[in-house]
Design a protein around this ligand. Structure first.
Ligand code: SF4
Ligand code: SF4
Length: 97
């Protein structure tokens, strides 16, 4: 994580460019769903940094519930979370968690 650029050092690009992501409902591709345990989450924001679809909103310095319109269930956030606060479950089986 220490090798990553700071937010203000990053250049806008790809799906992150203004207006482009709104038109791509990547959530329709999803077969797995990230479930976040906010009791375990330490608000490091690593998931926000690595999410390729900007599907993890941050407000007042804290991450909020994942935006399911844009989350495509890639699981990168779950892999990178340092405290295993994110669990990937099959779409439709979220309530079993
Ligand atoms: S599963 Fe992928 S797209 Fe969804 S919030 Fe995590 S990193 Fe973003
Ligand atoms: S990476 Fe894990 S601990 Fe960090 S903000 Fe995301 S869910 Fe919370």
């Amino acid at each position: 994580m220490s090798e990553l650029l700071k937010k203000d050092e990053m250049k806008p690009g790809g799906i992150g460019q203004g207006g482009s992501m709104e038109r791509r409902y990547t959530g329709s591709w999803r077969t797995f769903v990230p479930i976040t345990d906010f009791e375990t989450c330490i608000q490091c924001l690593a998931c926000w940094i690595v999410c390729p679809d900007s599907a993890i909103p941050v407000e007042d310095g804290e991450r909020r519930e994942t935006n399911m319109h844009h989350c495509k269930g890639c699981g990168i956030c779950a892999v990178e979370c340092p405290v295993d606060a994110i669990t990937m479950v099959r779409e439709g089986e979220e309530d079993d968690e």
